[in-house]
Design a binder for this molecule. Sequence first.
Ligand code: ZN
Ligand code: ZN
Length: 179
Amino acid sequence: MMNKVIIDAKDILGDVGLEQSYRFEQEFNPIVSETTKYAFSKPVLFDIKLENTGRGVRVTGKVSSEMILECSRCLGEFSFPVEWDADEIFAAEKMPDEETYVMDDTFVDLGPPAEEAFVLAVPMKPLCDDACAGICPVCGELVDEKHEVHDEEKVDARMEVLRKLLKGEEDEDAGKAEG
Ligand SMILES: [Zn+2]
Ligand SMILES: [Zn+2]
């Protein structure tokens, strides 16, 4: 479901040059695409100005929030600040061959351009931390302060313990069979 952020611009439509500022917060539904789903960890803050340019309404300002992303290395979730440096024209009428947003009567909807900007702000490979070491290929655990480096010897030692355990089970089974 697309997020709608509807603002009625009727107060500035009377004259070219009229403007009005807005500052408000709005909860956003997750942005869902075919491959991903971006949820928000806080409301979206709009700090914007609407201005009548004669051809339509120009929206400028800052729109910010935090999205929940999955780290491409450790697969952990983390909050990622996103900001849209808004500068968008909402035309009064649809112009042919022009990629502008169009007003619906006296209303503008900042939802679609905000979603577009937020999705573009997501890195190709999100990282919870530039230094994230990801998941250990040997033990499958997270490589953090608690994780011990496996040198050859340690890996061998683990394997030895495993071998003994397996052997012990075999012996037990053998014992049961005999008894
Ligand atoms: Zn990570
Ligand atoms: Zn490990």
